[in-house]
Design a protein around this ligand. Structure first.
Ligand SMILES: Cc1cc2nc3c(=O)[nH]c(=O)nc-3n(C[C@H](O)[C@H](O)[C@H](O)COP(=O)(O)OP(=O)(O)OC[C@H]3O[C@@H](n4cnc5c(N)ncnc54)[C@H](O)[C@@H]3O)c2cc1C
Length: 500
């Protein structure tokens, strides 16, 4: 074991949405910061390249297996690189709705209240939108929370066919909106180009890649993290620092805490409450494909969102969720994670090759909040990382899918020359799709029921913070990325105070 001869003010483990953003925020303090990431620094040429690569190969899955409820191995769709999953994300950067921070009764149970509210996050959402260059427009969406400032850039135009659908939806009394998208010169903004790369020339910042943190070591009393152990190549290193921040993603941060158990923390570091790893959420995600008789470009962005059923429908008084177009379906995750949908499409349109399928279809993503359940958890069985996850709130999600298919049918009836089918193949995302993972180290005021305090500091270990998606006490039906970023900026302000 080599002990690094430097002493850092802050060690950040993981450089995705949470860690990469926090690093950017803290760099200007001049304090000595070490970033450790198990992935490599990958500069992306364009988002196009990533799209085709990501979703046709499994190269953006983790190299190690995780294990499902039945103990079967699977390779999760989670990406280890500087920037983390933001290197392959769709860049739809939505704010959670005001009511998402409150206790909400769902058909499948209760979504608990957050101890902090929308107003506490609002300034950081604004800061996050500036940093990640969000392009959007505040429109007539009944669920959109108040913004203190407009989006920094205007909205992205829809593909003509998507615009056509949006117009028809509006005529039917629905409220389609332009999705807020993080976009820079090279395509989608991400935590590498926005968070990490701009600070790499700073003298006070050190990045070590291919550095997999395998254990946290505490002082004898267990009150502080003393050293962070990482494997770089075949060599083990110990890094010493004053403050240690975990940002490995909800599953991997919890896993690291659990496998670092020691005499003072027999069930895992910071796990006196037994809550580390529990309440894993990942949203219910499905795709519905709509087939068209006229061609679209086959290569376009997600731009259209719809929240009319977010809080329910006339005959279903419970939240249902969010709808957005997938963009050109071959640019999307659909086929890598749900191959059956590809064979269904090939059967429906036997004379079509892949290119024609791409230009004669539009995918729709449907997302519903799943509810925190202590039995949905990350844990170790021996040395195997097990993901116990049973979906809940499923009826609400099914309602959303059926309702959306009805909406699509009515759109199709009003434009019979554009759409040629009335079947809408559906695919539900399987366990390996952990793109929207969160929970596992929730924040709260009570150390008996939460892992982190409201500043995302461990209740039990004074110099340990977690700033990735682990802190969520409940999910929402919008995507989590902007909230992870906003929270990292919020915690960054607390750390800057502390570092003074
Ligand atoms: C295909 C896809 C599309 C998505 N699209 C969207 C979207 O459009 N909008 C949205 O809001 N969200 C989207 N998401 C979700 C979004 O990417 C995540 O919510 C967000 O990245 C979570 O941030 P994080 O900081 O928790 O973790 P990550 O961004 O996953 O970062 C974790 C980091 O930790 C590193 N790491 C892990 N373990 C270790 C270890 N032991 N030692 C050292 N380093 C480690 C990883 O390499 C990585 O850099 C998408 C996700 C995927 C996979």
């Amino acid at each position: 074991m080599i002990i690094d001869d430097q002493y850092y003010d802050v060690i950040i483990v993981g450089t995705g949405a949470g860690g990469g953003t926090l690093a950017r925020k803290l760099a200007s303090t001049g304090k000595k910061i070490l970033l450790l990431d198990r992935g490599e620094l990958i500069h992306r040429e364009s988002s196009e390249l990533v799209d085709t690569e990501v979703f046709k190969k499994e190269q953006f899955h983790a190299p190690e297996p995780w294990y499902d409820n039945a103990g079967e191995p699977f390779y999760p769709q989670t990406y280890y690189a500087v920037g983390g999953n933001t290197k392959i994300w769709s860049g739809v950067l939505q704010r959670m709705r005001e009511r998402d921070f409150e206790q909400v009764q769902h058909q499948g149970g209760v979504s608990p209240a957050w101890a902090l509210k929308y107003q506490d996050f609002e300034p950081y959402y604004t800061e996050a939108e500036k940093l990640y260059q969000v392009h959007g427009k505040i429109e007539d969406d009944p669920t959109e929370p108040p913004h203190s400032q407009a989006y920094p850039f205007g909205e992205v135009a829809h593909e003509p066919m998507v615009q056509h659908i949006g117009d028809t939806l509006s005529q039917q009394g629905l409220h389609p909106v332009h999705l807020p998208l993080g976009l820079g010169n090279r395509g989608r903004t991400d935590a590498e180009d926005t968070g990490v790369s701009p600070i790499l020339n700073s003298e006070n910042v050190t990045l070590k890649t291919s550095a997999q943190v395998v254990c946290l070591h505490t002082n004898p009393s267990g009150s502080q993290i003393k050293a962070v152990e990482a494997k770089i190549g075949e060599q083990s290193y110990l890094f010493l620092g004053n403050i240690v921040v975990l940002a490995c993603g909800a599953v991997n941060s919890a896993a690291l805490l659990l496998r670092s158990a020691n005499e003072k923390h027999p069930d895992g570091i910071a796990n006196g409450s037994g809550q580390v790893g529990r309440n894993l959420m990942k949203q219910l995600l499905s795709v519905v494909v709509q087939l068209t008789s006229t061609a679209n470009s086959g290569s376009f962005s997600r731009t259209l969102g719809l929240n009319d059923f977010y809080w329910g429908d006339k005959d279903f008084p419970y939240p249902m969720g969010h709808v957005q177009n997938s963009g050109g379906i071959f640019q999307d995750v659909i086929f890598a994670e749900a191959p059956p949908i590809l064979s269904a499409l090939s059967r429906l349109m036997p004379s079509f090759g892949l290119r024609q399928l791409a230009t004669h279809s539009i995918g729709w993503w449907l997302k519903t909040e799943d509810l925190p359940d202590p039995n949905n958890r990350v844990r170790y069985v021996g040395d195997k990382l097990r993901i116990d996850y049973t979906a809940n709130n499923v009826e609400a999600h099914d309602r959303l899918v059926y309702r959306w298919v009805d909406v699509l049918k009515s759109v199709e009836q009003s434009q019979p020359n554009v759409f040629n089918r009335t079947t809408h193949p559906r695919s539900d995302m399987p366990v390996q799709v952990v793109a929207h993972q969160c929970g596992t180290c929730r924040f709260g005021e009570d150390p008996a029921t939460s892992v982190l305090d409201l500043n995302c500091r461990s209740h039990e270990v004074q110099n340990l913070y977690v700033v990735d998606s682990s802190f969520f006490p409940s999910h929402a039906s919008v995507s989590p990325g902007l909230t992870v970023i906003a929270n990292a900026l919020r915690v960054g302000d607390r750390l800057i105070e502390q570092l003074k």
